[in-house]
Design a protein around this ligand. Structure first.
Ligand code: ADP
Ligand code: MG
Length: 723
């Protein structure tokens, strides 16, 4: 054991100034010995063999050894050192454009040197550009040389040494109990010999022997890789299961739907019947609320599948039991919509109970805000709807029992934790006999129930790995009477055609969205582009009221524009992506997305979901502009193709995952760097299945080993998984 297990190799005591490479190590997260041991090579160089020049093929990276027979500095076409190397089988020219006098001296005629580089053919015969070289002789290593991912301030040689010493010092003792190891043996594919231990797997992957199958190393199917991935997946499952068990030990109010209560009343006033899927997920949520443990549920359903009403029904149960409910949405427009709808449905039912709906946003006037805060603190506001403003410090709930987060992927971990912590002044656990929905117990603490909603469904493998600690409810059915949206991908050359179509739609009494993209991440350019488009379309469509909506507008202005659009007076709404989530205008039947190639797949799907909400046949036009004289990039083409081919949010999510990989897909949940580094859900499903089972067994039967395992793999990152 080193004196300071947390210090980078060679680090001086804590106050000492770190050298540049030491700082660079920290920046890469390479702090503990185990971090270094788990920093695996990108690729390998083979320095174990010396090849005869006559046998080396063009394009191959080889190591050769021979004598310098000629050495000169030439000035044409530019200053360069040209050295001829002869190994007895053939000769080769070494070219250096940058060289020190000392190097030139080492490469003097008669010197014997060992050289490593790529063989190139050419007019002047075989050549190596800037090969690595040193004096000939010396032992050949018996393992491949690792090349590690690194940064500019961290020389490869320094990193190699750091990793080697980290690997030597790290505690790599077995954490898996024998029964789990036996299970893993049965799962690891192509295992020819006994299962690799973690120590052997790491040693092997850092320094594989020269006869290794490069393919198995590169595609990470080698048994040593599989052992490593299994360990990583196990750590991920363990930390999520731990988070889940910790939550299960907490206390939350039991919320029951009374016969004849608010829940039933709300159902009765809805202008439609729930779909079977809405009923099913509603029951799943109601069951959770009736338990004295905090709910931690994700409600996923495609755009337009009707998640809001499910949320309202859950809120009704909480309110009916005498508690408060908070609903947080990522944008003001969306929050305002929820508010309008929920008010319409709920307020008439709340009034007889002396309760109200409160509304909180960042842009609120101070007076109104103060009023709302008072309503929330007194408990008169049974339901609080708003943006991030809901989680600010001044907001004190009297007795929050249910927190609902819409479009949850738009929020960060910290924000979700903040909402959960709004339980109120007495947020300690309730005594067991005190668990009750009785309003008299308003200040008794506990945890609120948490319902997260998303229109970006999580593919199954992701749900099983990254979201293993969540309960998931899925609305897999759209309300009846919707006509599928027809999606067309068109070049921007056909803009005039599209504008004519807008005119025709508006003439039929329909409404249209036109979405302008972000340009170079610049809000100013973004805005000028939308403004220009607005002017052009207004000119091209005389007699049509064309509105403009963008993120720089004051909230009141935004609201005025949205009101005109919602009321049907505005035929065309030009907008930046502020309308992305949740806007609901059933009469809108055409969506045009300009520069669709610049949007991500799930964003396109979200945008498209703004139409097709009513009975009218709806369409989405994806306008693309290939770069000057060129073609659209591969990814952009794949995305547009996927959009044209399917309307199914699950299929879109699956393809998005395929195109982008889980990193971007997951967004904020992964800000804690809880990403899998080694395992790949596309190929390692068998290991994930093992890890899921193993984690449950290990936590129950070997809790200490489980803790050690998680700490080794995740260090302090495990905390992030709890949100
Ligand atoms: P999302 O799941 O995208 O949030 P919303 O909750 O905004 O969807 O619902 C989309 C639209 O469908 C709204 O106008 C809503 O009132 C309506 N709706 C919801 N459920 C039903 C249903 N069972 N039958 C008919 N219309 C419904
Ligand atoms: Mg919604």
């Amino acid at each position: 054991m080193p004196a300071q297990p947390d210090a980078p190799p060679g680090a001086k005591p804590a106050q000492a100034v770190l050298s540049a490479p030491q700082k660079a190590l920290r920046k890469l997260g390479l702090v503990r010995d185990i971090d270094l041991a788990l920093h695996l090579p990108l690729r390998y160089e083979d320095e174990t063999r010396i090849v005869r020049l006559s046998e080396a093929r063009e394009g191959e990276v080889v190591q050769v050894e021979g004598a310098v027979t000629h050495s000169e500095v030439s000035f044409r076409p530019r200053r360069q050192l040209l050295v001829t190397l002869d190994d007895g089988s053939d000769t080769c020219t070494l070219r250096f454009f940058n060289f020190f006098p000392s190097q030139q001296k080492m490469l003097a005629v008669g010197a014997r040197i060992r050289v490593r580089g790529e063989i190139r053919g050419g007019f002047m015969g075989r050549t190596m550009m800037h090969p690595a070289f040193h004096l000939a002789g010396g032992e050949l290593p018996d393992a491949l040389t690792p090349v590690y991912p690194t940064s500019a301030q961290l020389p490869q040689a320094y990193l190699r040494k750091a990793v080697a010493s980290g690997l030597k010092r790290a505690d790599l003792s077995e954490t898996l109990p024998p029964d789990l190891l036996r299970g893993l043996e049965g799962v690891v594919r192509n295992a020819e010999g006994p299962l690799f231990t973690l120590r052997d797997a790491l040693r092997y992957l850092h320094h594989p022997g020269p006869d290794v199958s490069m393919d198995a190393l590169e595609d990470r199917s080698h048994p040593a890789w599989q052992r490593l991935k299994a360990e990583e997946l196990l750590a991920q499952q363990l930390s999520q299961l731990t988070a889940k068990r910790e939550r299960d030990a907490l206390v939350a109010p039991t919320l029951l739907a009374r016969p004849g209560g608010l829940h039933e009343q709300l159902l009765a006033v809805l202008p439609f019947a729930l779909t079977a899927a809405q009923r099913r997920v509603g029951e799943e949520i109601a069951r959770d609320l009736a338990r004295p443990v905090p709910m931690h549920r994700l409600l996923q359903g495609d755009v337009g599948s009707g998640k809001t009403v499910v949320a309202a029904l859950a809120a009704a149960i909480a309110i009916d039991s005498g508690w408060q409910c908070a609903l947080m949405a990522p944008t003001e427009i969306l929050a305002e919509q929820h508010f309008a709808k929920l008010i319409g449905w709920l307020e008439p039912l709340l009034a007889p109970l002396g309760k109200r709906v409160a509304w909180l946003t960042g842009s609120q006037k101070k007076k109104q805000r103060t009023e709302m805060l008072a309503l929330i603190a007194s408990g008169e506001a049974a339901l609080v709807v708003g943006t991030h403003a809901v989680i600010q410090d001044q907001v004190q709930f009297r007795n929050l029992a249910l927190a609902i987060i819409d479009e949850q992927h738009r929020f960060g971990v910290a924000q979700r934790l903040a909402l959960r912590s709004k339980m109120g002044p007495g947020s300690q656990a309730l005594p067991t006999e005190g668990r009750s929905g009785d309003a008299q117990r308003a200040t008794d603490g506990g945890e609120p129930h948490l319902l997260m909603m998303t229109a970006t469904p999580i593919p199954r493998t992701l749900a099983m790995s990254y979201y293993a600690d969540l309960d998931v409810s899925t609305i897999d059915e759209l309300p009846p009477g919707r006509t599928p949206i027809v999606t067309k991908v068109m070049s921007d050359h056909r803009r005039d055609e599209v504008i004519a179509r807008i005119g025709a739609q508006v003439a039929e009494g329909r409404q249209v969205y036109w979405v302008c993209p972000l340009i170079e991440e610049s809000e100013v350019l973004d805005l000028s582009n939308a403004t220009q488009t607005h002017a052009d379309l207004s000119a091209a469509l005389p007699g049509v009221l064309v509105g403009l909506l963008h993120s720089r507008m004051a909230p009141a202005e935004k609201k005025a524009v949205m009101d005109l659009f919602k009321a049907g007076q505005m035929g065309l709404l030009v907008s930046t992506t502020v309308i992305e989530v949740g806007v609901d205008v059933p009469n809108a039947s055409l969506m045009v997305i300009e520069h669709a190639e610049r949007f991500g797949l799930s964003q396109l799907h979200q945008l498209r979901g703004r139409v097709g909400r009513g009975a009218a046949a709806s369409a989405c036009v994806l306008l693309y502009s290939p770069p000057e004289g060129g073609r659209l990039g591969e990814t952009a083409r794949e995305r547009l193709k996927a959009m044209a081919e399917t309307n199914d949010g699950f299929e879109i999510a699956r393809r998005d995952l395929e195109i982008r990989g889980p990193g971007e897909f997951m967004g904020s949940r992964q800000s804690g760097a809880a990403m899998l580094r080694f395992a790949d859900l596309a190929t390692d499903g068998h290991l994930l299945d093992w890890a899921r089972q193993a984690a449950a067994q290990m936590l129950t039967r070997h809790p200490e080993a489980a803790e050690k395992h998680t700490a080794r793999w995740l260090g302090t990152k495990a905390e992030y998984l709890k949100a």
